[in-house]
Write a protein that binds this ligand. Structure first.
Ligand SMILES: [Fe+2]
Length: 320
């Protein structure tokens, strides 16, 4: 009796199994199609039509490197001509006043004199920050740029925006052994809840000048491998990164002076160390919407001129 029952089971189990498999496959297929449509809907919503099959045929299929949707989706956006030559010269004049105290007429003379001066400064990074910058017209003008306001409004929406880093840095290579404690190793920032950083090149940056690097997508939750997360604040070297991430995702931003990179530095990034006798000048601005997080040096705003204060008020921009 027992044996008969087993035979019966085997005969009927086959078709039941195949019917089950068939239903499962149909469900799985539809589910994945449904899931894909949700993803495409998201691309459509973000204006990233280039990722949708067919749509990319009708719309410009070139990467929109200067769009907010790219900043949201990939973690960075680029504007090649953010600053005009005249604006860069104003900053060079400011640097001359602060560092070499020598007047110059031509940009080449500025660089010649600065590189002589830099050799005398035995430091990889020279930084001029906050209060030393904020009362200079050129830096106020940069903060006031329409392009900056548009990025902030599009990214953060209606919330108030807080400037918590304003920093001008000159990076050179005096002693490469000191790189371990600097931003020249890959790391992710954890200063606040939500922020974006503006990196503005003030010199032409080729490979020798130590370009900024960012690993696409790593600003998104779950995209930094658990191995890296387990290191905590430890900074990572190139070899380790190359083992984990596809080369295509490692973005190296070379470009001319005046180039702007806006980045969500929750993602992995670093500034490469310049080669010997090369240097990079860069302005960094960080904007956040919440003061929650590590205490920062307050930027003193008592002496701000009325016009600038009015602009900040009207646009809901504050200093940390
Ligand atoms: Fe950083």
């Amino acid at each position: 009796m027992k044996e008969k029952f087993n035979k019966f089971q085997i005969i009927y189990r086959f078709p039941i199994f195949f019917i089950g498999l068939f239903i499962y496959l149909i469900f799985k297929k539809n589910f994945s199609v449904f899931h894909k449509q949700l993803i495409y809907l998201n691309y459509f919503y973000n204006g990233d039509l280039t990722k949708i099959p067919f749509a990319s045929f009708f719309f410009n299929s070139q990467e929109e490197t200067g769009s907010i949707s790219q900043l949201i989706n990939k973690g960075y956006m680029i504007e090649e001509k953010f600053l005009e030559k005249e604006e860069i010269i104003k900053i060079y004049k400011f640097i001359s006043k602060k560092i070499n105290k020598i007047k110059f007429n031509r940009i080449e003379d500025f660089h010649l004199k600065l590189s002589e001066n830099l050799k005398l400064i035995n430091n990889n990074k020279i930084t001029i920050e906050n209060e030393e910058l904020i009362n200079e017209d050129i830096f106020k003008d940069i903060i006031k740029k329409k392009y900056v306001r548009e990025i902030l409004d599009n990214y953060f929406g209606n919330k108030k925006k807080i400037i918590d880093i304003l920093s001008l840095s000159i990076t050179q290579n005096m002693n490469s052994k000191t790189i371990e404690d600097s931003a020249q190793m890959y790391h992710y920032d954890m200063d606040r809840l939500n922020w974006i950083k503006f990196f503005i090149y003030l010199t032409d940056v080729e490979n020798a000048h130590g370009p900024h690097q960012f690993i696409e997508n790593t600003h998104k939750p779950g995209e930094i491998s658990s191995k890296i997360l387990s290191y905590g604040y430890k900074r990572l070297d190139e070899g380790e990164i190359n083992n984990i991430y596809d080369n295509k995702l490692i973005k190296t931003f070379t470009g001319n002076s005046g180039k702007l990179i806006v980045e969500n530095t929750k993602g992995l990034h670093r500034g490469k160390l310049p080669k010997k006798d090369f240097y990079r000048i860069m302005l960094t601005m960080s904007f956040t919407t919440s003061r929650f997080g590590s205490p920062m040096n307050k930027i003193p705003i008592n002496n701000l001129d009325q016009n600038f204060k009015k602009y900040l008020n009207e646009n809901r921009i504050e200093f940390f």
